[in-house]
Design a binder for this molecule. Structure first.
Ligand SMILES: [Cu+2]
Length: 100
């Protein structure tokens, strides 16, 4: 997706990384200062909401967004970021961003 170094698709009801891994198995790795993008390709509203970020890093929350909309995050603090969908936290859970 334009403006992102790596893109995670949001289907119903899954985060899907470029390797096809879903939800708790989905993981992308970027360098500090690069951008992760999410592209909503489903029908139902979802969110991208951090649940755990490295010490000193900023939490993120897309708010509810829908089909064809996008969201980006550009983390600067190295470490592991975990996020879920706040609307479907029991299903769309535990996806990770690794920042090196
Ligand atoms: Cu959701």
């Amino acid at each position: 997706m334009p403006g992102a170094n790596v893109t995670v698709n949001i289907e119903d009801n899954a985060f899907v990384d470029p390797s096809g891994r879903r939800n708790g198995d989905a993981e992308v790795t970027i360098r500090s200062g690069e951008t992760v993008g999410w592209r909503h390709v489903g029908a139902n509203p979802h969110t991208v909401t951090s649940t755990d970020v490295p010490s000193g890093a900023r939490a993120f929350d897309s708010g509810t967004f829908g089909n064809n909309e996008t969201f980006t995050v550009t983390p600067s603090v190295p470490g592991t970021y975990v996020y879920h969908c706040a609307t479907h936290p029991s299903i769309m859970v535990g996806s990770r961003i690794i920042v090196t």
